[in-house]
Design a protein. Structure first.
Length: 252
């Protein structure tokens, strides 16, 4: 867009130099050149910022994954960044939706529910999750506004549906530091245990996504085990504790 604006300014400068009279013939092209310079600098800054953002994202991905970030598709970078460093809960929801769809799940808006973000169906199984997406500056807490909606879904849900939380936690921290943090508060853990609700961090969802794409895990079988797990998932510190219930599924 900025390049097109520069071309417009250049064309208008040439046009004014050829058609306008006296001082306008000099002043208008000069003004256009000044604006072209300003726009050019802004464009270079945006390019440098985008390059720095992508390099940072690649470096962070390399830290937590054995997969070389250079092999990641360009269109996946926005999804990954939005999942791990979301700017809004709506964008986070779009990223989670895209990942479940890419993995082959049937995912749709919760049309029949006002209290759930998405309904996720496991293929070839009569089992579904009521998906609630949360964005948290620190750990996920019971006071989060989405918890009230979550409890409403617990009341409204059908027999074959289970509540699943995907939470992007500690969104300001580098991924390497998130491993050392608690991702869920004790009072929320107690609630999940009572209500038999499952919880996955966005960080771990990314890891599952990559492992499933490389054929290291059967992602449908994995979520079926989550579905049949009676109690909630209880992380203490680090996402590696989230799925200690399933030792046959690789975490690292």
């Amino acid at each position: 867009m900025l390049v097109l604006f520069q071309l417009f300014l250049a064309a208008f400068a040439i046009y004014s130099a050829l058609t306008f009279e006296e001082e306008a013939r000099l002043i208008i092209p000069l003004v256009c050149l000044i604006f072209m310079f300003i726009v050019g600098r802004a464009d270079r800054k945006n390019t440098e910022k985008e390059r720095a953002r992508k390099n940072f994202l690649k470096a962070e991905i390399d830290k937590i994954s054995q997969k070389d970030s250079a092999t990641i598709k360009e269109q996946d970078f926005f999804t990954i960044e939005t999942l791990l460093w979301p700017k809004s809960e709506l964008l986070l929801l779009d990223a989670v939706h895209a990942i479940f769809k890419d993995l082959g799940f049937m995912i749709s808006p919760g049309i029949h529910y006002q209290s759930v973000d998405r309904i996720v169906k496991i293929p070839n199984a009569q089992k579904s999750f009521g998906l609630q997406v949360m964005m948290c500056q620190g750990e996920a807490e019971k006071s989060h506004p989405k918890i009230t909606r979550l409890l409403q879904f617990e009341t409204d849900k059908k027999e074959n549906e289970k509540t699943l939380i995907i939470a992007s936690t500690h969104i300001r921290l580098p991924l390497s530091e998130r491993n050392e943090m608690s991702h869920i508060s004790k009072d929320l853990i107690d609630l999940l245990i009572r209500q038999q609700i499952s919880f996955i961090t966005a960080h771990h969802l990314y890891s599952l996504w990559q492992k499933a794409k490389k054929g290291e895990i059967d992602i449908f079988k994995f979520f079926q085990k989550i579905y049949f797990q009676r109690s909630g998932i209880y992380p203490q510190k680090g996402i590696e504790n989230l799925f200690s219930h399933f030792p046959e599924i690789p975490i690292q």
